[in-house]
Each structure stands twice: as C-alpha cells, then as structure tokens.
Write a protein that binds this ligand. Structure first.
Ligand code: ADP
Ligand code: MG
Length: 608
C-alpha cells in the first residue's frame, strides 16, 4: 500500500488550532489584550466594530516588535515568553503558547503596526489566511496596534455558531472587564461602534470597580486582605446590601489570571451564609496569589478552570477570609452605612434588593443581623416605616414555622378541579405574601409574587407580539441613567419597550428620557425598575428564548407585586381570576409553582 500520511499545510494546521483558541470575537479580545499586557503597556485601547464581526483592534503603548519579530509572531509556536521546558513552571506572562496570533491570522485579515520606542519607523504587516499580503513601513506611535477584520470570513460554520449580536457584545465586554479588573494600574479604553463604553484611568482596584460597575458601590465594598506563607488573598467584596439576584459580578483571579471555579465560588457564598438570600449572589473581585508550582496552569488556553495541589486548604482559607471581612462589617454596620440613609430609604420601595425586603433575603437573614439592621434603622425614620419593619421581622420570624406544611401532590392537578367554592368564601392572605383560597375539595395556596409574574408575563408577551402601543404621556419626563456597557443593548430594547407602554428615548451617551409609561403604572422607581429589567434581560440572553419572551419575563419579574404587599379581598380575587385565565397558570415564567393544592384528604392525613 502506498503512503497516505502527509503533513498538513501550515495554514490548515493554524485553522485547526484556531478552532480551539478562537471561538468567538471575545476570544480575540482576550488574546490581544493579554498580549498588550505582556508587552508591558500602560495604556490599552480596545476598538470594536459591529460586535466584533467587522473589527477588533487593540492598540497599546508597550514595547513593540522588531521587524523580524513582527513577521515571526504570526508563526505557530512563535513566542517570546518561554524558551525551555522549565520556564513552563514559572510563567509570569498571560500567554506563552505562541498560538494566538497564528490562529487569528488564519481566520481573518490582520493588520499589524508595531514600533519599539528606540526605532523611528514602524513596521506594517497585513496578513490574511496565514499569508502575508503586504509588508512595509509606516509612521506610528511606539507600541503595537493589531486590527483583526472580518473574523471567521473563511469559516462559515463558526460564523453560524455565533450567538446574537448582544450576546457576543456581552462576552466581549466580559473579557474586557476581566482584564481591566486584573490590571487597575493600566489605563484602558473600550470603544464600540464609535461609542466610548469605558475610559478607565489608572488607579486603585476600588476606583477600577467603580469605573466598571455602579458608582453606587462606593461605600459598599469591603476590603479583604489576608496573607500566609501559602496563600495571599486580597480584593474587595460587596456588603450584603448589594447582593443581586443575577450572577455575573463575581470575579476570582489566581496569580492575576481570571479563573472560573465553582469550588471557590462556593466557599465565598458559604461565608455570606444567611447574610444574603438563598437566591442572591454577592459581588466580589478577589485575587489569590500563590506559588505557581502549586497550581496547574498548563490548562487549555480557553478554559479557565484551575487545579490546586491542596484544594481544601484554599477553600477553607478563602471562606475564613471572607467571613473575617464580613464580620468586621456586621460588627459595625453603623460605620459602614453612615452616609447611606437615603439608600436604605429608597430600598424600602425596592423590596427585591433592600435590607428590609420581604423576599427570601430577609426571611433567611439571621436574627442578630436583623436586629442590627433594626437598630441602625430606628431613630432615623418615622413611625410609619418602623411599623413596616416590625411587621416584616415578625413575619420573618414566624414564617418558617407556618410554611413547613408537608408538600401536597400537585403533579396531576387540573384547572377544572379549581373552581372557587360555591359558597364564594373570601380568599385570605397570610404574611402579606400568600393567598389561601378555599375550593370544593380543599384549598390552594397561591404565591402572590409568582402568580402575578405569570399573569403579567402572558400579558406582556401578548402586547409584544401584537405590537399595539399603550403609552400614557408623563407630565414631567424623567431621565434614566444606564450603565455604559449596557447602553447599546438598552437602546435596542426601546422599540419593544414602547410596545409595553414605555416611551423611552436616547438623550445621548448613557442618558435616556422617559416620556411615557404604561397606563396605571407606578413611576416612583423607574430607574430601579429599568436597571433590574436590563440586568434580568442580559442574564437571560444566554437562555434559548426569544427576545420578546426574554423581555416579557424580565418585565414581569420587575413589575409583579412582591411578597409583603398587603392585598385587598378584591385584589386577591382579581389575582386568582386572572391567574386561572392564563394559558399556563401552573408555573411562573421561570418554572416555579404559582400555587399548591391541598385536598381535604391531605389535611385529614396530617391528623391521623
Ligand atoms: P504568546 O502570547 O503565547 O507568546 P501570541 O501568538 O499571542 O503568543 O504572540 C506571539 C508573540 O508575538 C508574543 O510572544 C510576543 O513576542 C509577540 N507579541 C504579540 N502581541 C504583542 C504586542 N502587543 N506587543 C509586543 N509583542 C507582541
Ligand atoms: Mg498571546
């Protein structure tokens, strides 16, 4: 038989490697930014056009490349970062595999301009499908600019595999944030479609966090700083007040490299314990530094998992460190919250986030902490609010006993079995959160928040699909401030929001003006509602649901009556009627039960 094995041409080998290293525009962002960091840049600009599909460019003021290196850098396994095998165990740079540029150049058109500070003229190289198209000289600032155009132009399968524009932009922004968080001393800019999304001056980690996230985090960050022979942990964590219902503001860096670790997340979450609700995620940006030889760094370039020699030790130590930081905070909440009365007050109208919310958060909060909140709260607010709080905490103390009813069989429940009792018994609300309704053979308990979500969800979805506009003009337009990296996604939503009755227009930059809201809608906290809506919408982008469904879900979650809201008999009746008029009354939009049904028999059994 004749020989059939041959060596793959370089360009194809590169494309195959690219399949692993470059999965989406965000991977290019990561590789180019890391290269700029390795080149010791102090100023890095990321320019993206059309969600990374037309252009991804990183411009740095780092050390640049010589003429030969400029050509060499596109060769596979071309790296300046390791020379011998033993270097692998002491890697200090972000990259070292020498694969990224070769891969990128095989699936895009790349233009490189580079100049070391001590050389007058810059080198310009254009390369496409691994082939050098042009090499010449040009004028350029010292440093390197790499522009990647038409990514995946020759890999249609990859292009097809990409998610929607907003999702790809979210991934890009995420990569940018990770790098920017790890290097607060470096100045970063991020420009998308000519809009400046971030312009981050160099400074402390805290300043960087405020620049990337909400300015309102200012007083709410707690310092973590622990050092032993084995491990150093530093960074900032959010106090419990800023814990959120969406994931996404949790960052762990090991030796300054972003890692994903359920294990470490679990340790941190464990430290917060009952300070936050079961369905909440704390904010944190943490840096673990340890001897590189005790971790496995030689993992796959795109995977961010990490292996430690002694996992348990790291876990426990991390947990204790976070507890320590939180302990300092909860021992002196007054100090931490000195300037935040206004925030606390406004939280009362935002039961989802607030320390006094009737949500799970406050029910699961431990009693001592609750008392601290109370004492902090007393004397600063009127009797009215104190009453609200008292109601709250007594609810919270009793609720766990009352609600531990054995769960009833609900699986085969049919709506037909649920006509209201012929006697028309009044529905009854308990703990301002659940509605008990008597029916023929028993009763059911309805979760007012989840039930209302279902009702609103179906209503919103219908409006979105039918596209009628029911806006009520506001007498005084209100303005909204949207986080810079979300402006683009929010702008795209305004036409849909209009169908829901929100007339919102861009006012330039991150400001929007609300001219109209849905009839009957309470506008007291539009800013909070829109922030919540947008966060929820963005976190749902990963799910496989339509834009309309996503928006309807997010809206329903934001606008539904919360636990803790007292309902009149009339309101309860409407709630029940509307729920059972829904197409699917059984579950909330995210699949939680809206009600549980108890048959009289079930009750009898309890007493047998
Ligand atoms: P790696 O980063 O793993 O070494 P890359 O393919 O990302 O591999 O880069 C190849 C080489 O090109 C690097 O080792 C570095 O010498 C050079 N290089 C890449 N980007 C830059 C940059 N922005 N500034 C200076 N040199 C760079
Ligand atoms: Mg690299």
């Amino acid at each position: 038989m004749s020989d059939i094995i041959n060596l793959l041409p370089e360009a194809i080998a590169n494309q195959i490697a690219a399949g692993e290293v470059i999965q989406r525009p965000a991977s290019v962002v990561k590789e180019l930014m890391e290269n700029a960091i390795d080149a010791e840049a102090t100023h890095i600009t990321l320019v993206v056009k059309n969600y990374g599909k037309s252009l991804i460019q990183v411009i740095d003021n780092g050390k640049g490349m010589s003429e030969t290196d400029a050509r060499m850098c596109f060769e596979r396994h071309a790296t300046s970062k390791i020379r011998e095998a033993k270097d692998l165990f002491a890697i200090k740079t972000m990259g070292f595999r020498g694969e990224a540029l070769a891969s990128i150049a095989s699936i895009a058109e790349v233009e490189l301009k580079t100049r070391p500070a001590d050389i007058e003229v810059a080198n310009l190289i254009t390369i496409k499908t691994s082939e050098i198209i042009e090499q010449s000289y040009c004028q350029a600032e010292a440093g390197t600019s790499i522009a990647v155009k038409n990514l995946f132009f020759n890999v249609p399968a990859r292009r097809k595999f990409l998610k929607t524009d907003s999702v790809e932009l979210k991934y890009i922004t995420e990569e940018f944030k990770r790098v920017a968080l790890a290097y607060p001393e470096i100045r970063f800019k991020f420009i998308h479609n000519d809009n400046e999304i971030y312009n981050l001056l160099s400074g402390s980690l805290k300043k960087r966090i405020l620049g990337l996230f909400r300015k309102t985090y200012e007083q709410k960050l707690l310092r973590v700083d622990e050092d032993t022979d084995v491990l150093k942990i530093s960074g900032l964590i959010g106090n419990p007040v800023i814990a959120r219902k969406q994931k996404g503001e949790q960052y762990i860096f090991v030796n300054n490299r972003y890692v994903k670790s359920h294990y470490l997340n679990h340790a941190i979450r464990g430290a917060y314990d009952t300070l936050i609700g079961e369905d909440q995620y704390p904010f944190y940006v943490l840096f673990l530094d340890l001897d590189p030889s005790t971790i496995d760094i030689n993992v796959h370039p795109t995977k961010q998992e990490i292996k430690f020699d002694d996992e348990r030790l790291i876990y426990n130590y991390l947990k204790v460190s976070i507890k320590h930081a939180l302990g300092r905070y909860s021992l002196s909440p007054k100090l931490d919250f000195e300037n935040e009365n206004s925030e606390i007050r406004s939280n009362i109208h935002r039961p989802n986030n607030g320390p006094f919310s009737n949500s799970l958060a406050s029910r699961t909060r431990s009693a001592p902490v609750m008392r601290q909140w109370q004492s902090l709260y007393k004397g600063q607010e009127g009797a009215e609010l104190q009453k609200e709080l008292d109601n709250d905490s007594s609810d919270f103390q009793r609720s766990s006993e009352v609600l531990t009813v054995p769960s009833a069989a609900t699986g085969d429940l049919l709506v037909e079995t649920l006509p209201l009792d012929a006697e028309e018994k009044e529905p009854y609300q308990i703990h301002n959160s659940y509605v008990i309704v008597q029916i023929k053979n028993g009763f059911f308990i309805l979760n007012q928040y989840l039930a209302h979500q279902r009702i609103l969800f179906e209503k919103y979805l219908k409006s979105l699909n039918e596209s009628e506009e029911l806006t009520q003009k506001q007498l005084f337009p209100t303005s909204l401030q949207i986080a810079k990296d979300k402006v683009e996604i929010f702008s795209e939503l305004t036409s849909e929001l209009k169908k829901l009755g929100f007339d919102i227009q861009s006012f330039g930059g991150d400001t929007f003006v609300v001219h109209g809201i849905p009839a009957g809608f309470n506008n007291s906290n539009l800013q909070g509602l829109m922030e919540m809506l947008l966060d929820q919408y963005i976190s749902n982008l990963d799910l496989d649901i339509s834009k309309n469904e996503n928006l309807a879900r997010a809206m329903a979650q934001g606008a539904a009556i919360k636990k803790g809201k007292k309902l009149s008999v009339e309101e309860m009746r409407t709630l029940v009627d509307e729920l059972f008029a829904c197409e699917n009354p059984y579950t909330s939009p995210i699949g939680k039960k809206c009600f549980v049904n108890y048959e009289l028999e079930d009750l009898e059994k309890l007493f047998s």
